[in-house]
Design a protein around this ligand. Structure first.
Ligand code: CA
Length: 231
């Protein structure tokens, strides 16, 4: 695990770098924002907000614009506004100086764990082998095929995308906004009636209208798909 420590205060940076090395991290240390942006992307970044050259927020934003590396912001400023701004700029967590070393290591490990979990969740969804069986419903993302009780159901591309999205987290409500962004277009501002038309068609084709539940004013949910089509 390569960790990049961006901190201009030697009194903080030196013991921190030594401690992290003892914890088994491969540590790179820089003292300016420009140097931080010139480094190869590490596995995790510890970023001081009070840097001599660039604003730490700007560094955070630029790091985030080029990679999804976990960023843990270090700051002497503990005001709530800083926290909000830091997180909005894409920092993963925030620690206020002075901090205990053990706490810092725990927070670093936590952001790394979260990042890994997100990566593997993405890999699962995008995985070439993914065939998801949910009771009587089978969603094969690799082949873009859907089976109900073993029989293939022919769906339009949008219907498939919509069902696959709902199946990513069965039982969870997916908001209409998310559906529009994921299945249609990120900049969709058209009538949301389009979704209803596709949902109606999808329900009809699946033969189990109750599987796709409408949660009023919120969105849709893939409900219990255990029911098979036996007469
Ligand atoms: Ca500083």
């Amino acid at each position: 695990m390569r960790i990049l420590v961006v901190e201009d205060d030697d009194g903080i940076a030196e013991p921190l770098a030594e401690g992290l090395a003892r914890e088994g991290f491969e540590v790179s240390r820089v003292a300016t924002g420009a140097a931080a942006l010139g480094e190869p992307v590490p596995d995790v970044v510890l970023l001081d907000l009070g840097l001599p050259d660039l604003d730490g927020y700007a560094v955070c934003q630029q790091l985030r614009s080029r990679s999804s590396v976990p960023i843990l912001v270090l700051t002497a400023r503990g005001a709530e506004i800083d926290r909000v701004v830091g997180l909005e700029l894409g920092a993963d967590d925030y620690i206020v100086k002075p901090f205990g070393f053990r706490e810092l290591v725990a927070r670093v490990r936590a952001v790394l764990r979260r990042a890994n979990a997100e990566m593997s969740a993405l890999a699962d969804v995008a995985g070439p082998e993914q065939v998801q069986v949910l009771g009587a419903l089978t969603v094969d993302r690799r082949a873009r095929r859907v089976l109900v009780d073993g029989t293939e159901v022919t769906l339009s591309p949008k219907e498939f995308d919509l069902l696959a999205l709902l199946a990513e987290d069965p039982g969870a409500v997916v908001t209409r906004q998310t559906i529009l962004e994921e299945v249609w277009d990120p900049h969709w501002y058209g009538p949301t009636k389009t979704v209803d038309v596709h949902v109606a068609s999808l329900r009809r084709k699946l033969g189990h209208p109750e599987w796709i539940e409408t949660v009023r004013r919120v969105g849709l949910r893939l409900g219990d798909t255990a029911a098979a089509t036996h007469p």
